[in-house]
Design a protein around this ligand. Structure first.
Ligand SMILES: [Ca+2]
Length: 98
């Protein structure tokens, strides 16, 4: 749902892998909603915004964030083209404004 376009430097991949490795559930090898929320609580408000961000990252809507989704989500939010950021905003804010 965010985008398949990845805009990261090759040197950043190792840092992203390390960060992803610290966040994943060791059995599922994915970031769970609980961990995602724990990382952003106190930084992103309201809580519904965190849920929207999770939906924006969780491209296949399986309830977990895999490495590709993690990198694509961060890439889109931080460096994505305007269209991709707007699509992300629609996913993010959709349930709040409906
Ligand atoms: Ca997913």
């Amino acid at each position: 749902m965010v985008t398949a376009e990845i805009i990261v430097d090759v040197g950043e991949i190792a840092l992203l892998e390390e960060t992803f490795g610290q966040l994943i559930d060791s059995e599922q090898m994915r970031i769970t909603p609980t961990t995602f929320e724990a990382c952003l609580t106190g930084i992103v408000r309201p809580k519904r915004m965190i849920e929207g961000l999770f939906r924006a990252f969780d491209e296949d809507a399986d309830g977990r964030i895999d490495f590709k989704e993690f990198v694509c989500g961060l890439s889109t939010l931080c460096r994505g083209p305007d269209g991709a950021r707007l699509r992300c905003n629609r996913v993010l804010w959709g349930p709040i404004t409906q």
